[in-house]
Design a protein around this ligand. Structure first.
Ligand code: XMP
Length: 317
């Protein structure tokens, strides 16, 4: 029978055998799959695993530094690359959701390729692909789709010519979490909500500016920290905030304001294919809305999304 302990023993032995003392590069996203894949490989080959964690400037507030610290604390050989301005420059003036995804995917490839070239004589590309990614032609986890559409024309970037190693490709998500726990990865990391590869870019409707990213990071942090404080985080499958491309009239003191509207979204789901909005307590929504409006300059109205998927998607773009 399958147990996490046996899986770890077997896989570590197989990886040692397959890789020997060659070098492996892996892109960390901060999510569960890439983190578990990294720790597993690290057990097998130690410092020959080179991890790269890219800040695309579209992560949650403080996420880049806190997750990087966490990875270092886990003993991983990880390089944090702050490429925020490269991504934000590439996105300037773009409003179309699919174009945003393409730009982000392409920029990620360029940044990752540059970094992979810095490692001398790397032989393998490791990925945190899991079984649902293998069977579904379209993965919800990352830029794989965009990579293919873009680079068929100009030829593959060098890192994509590496031999691929995917130690989790036979596992379902719950098995990945159990393997992660077996490897001693913290529950906080293993229980993290899914977060889309394009990050806040697809939660800022319309074009993206550094100021809009900053506003949304503040709003999102108040919402997510509130969910944790109220012990609601683990009851929600995914949550986040959307910055809407409309302004509405408000009043502050005896002045009228004309500022942004944000929408909060929290859903229950098992795989993201269908989802229901979560009936969060009114007292929580009230506290969260007050905090957002009082603390985040530029926002004067908060709404809560009560749409199910289908027909509404989880993200607004
Ligand atoms: P939707 O909005 O399609 O989202 O209901 C379903 C799940 O997929 C995530 N999502 C993405 N993840 N790149 C990703 O890595 C993307 O372009 C992307 N679009 C949506 C979304 O966060 C949800 O978990």
């Amino acid at each position: 029978t399958w147990t996490p302990a046996r899986f770890v023993d077997l896989t570590v032995a197989e990886l040692k055998e397959k890789i020997g003392n060659q070098k492996v590069v892996l892109g960390l996203s901060g999510g569960v799959d890439s983190s578990v894949a990294a720790v597993l490989l690290h057990q097998a080959i130690g410092e020959n695993l080179y991890c790269i964690f890219v800040n695309n400037g579209l992560l949650r507030k403080d996420e880049f530094s806190s997750v990087l610290e966490q990875y270092k604390g886990m003993g991983l050989n990880v390089k944090g690359v702050d490429a925020s301005s490269r991504f934000l420059d590439a996105l300037a003036g773009i409003s179309d959701p699919e174009t945003k995804r393409k730009k982000i995917g392409n920029t990620f490839i360029d940044v990752f390729d540059d970094e992979a070239h810095q490692i001398q004589e790397v032989s393998f590309l490791a990925q945190g692909t899991i079984y649902p990614d293998v069977i579904e032609s379209v993965s919800v986890n990352g830029p794989s789709v965009t990579i293919k559409s873009h680079h068929n024309v100009g030829g593959l970037p060098d890192f994509m010519k590496l031999k691929v190693v995917e130690p989790l490709r036979m596992l379902f998500k719950d098995e990945v979490r159990r393997v992660g726990a077996e490897l001693g990865i913290s529950n906080k990391l293993l229980g993290r909500h899914p977060f889309p590869g394009p990050g806040l870019a697809i939660r800022i409707l319309g074009d993206i500016t550094p100021e809009k990213v900053r506003i949304l990071q503040e709003v999102d942090a108040i919402f997510i920290n509130g969910l944790r404080k109220w012990d609601l985080y683990d009851q929600v499958w995914q949550a986040g905030a959307m910055l809407l491309p409309v302004s509405s009239v408000g009043v502050m003191g005896d002045e009228r304001t004309y500022e942004k509207v944000v929408a909060l979204r929290a859903v229950e789901s098992t795989d993201g294919m269908t989802a229901d909005w979560v009936d969060l307590p009114y007292a929580f929504l009230q506290e969260t809305s007050n905090k957002i409006i009082n603390q985040v300059k530029g926002v004067n109205r908060v709404v809560y999304d009560i749409s199910s998927k289908p027909p509404a998607t989880i993200e607004w773009e």
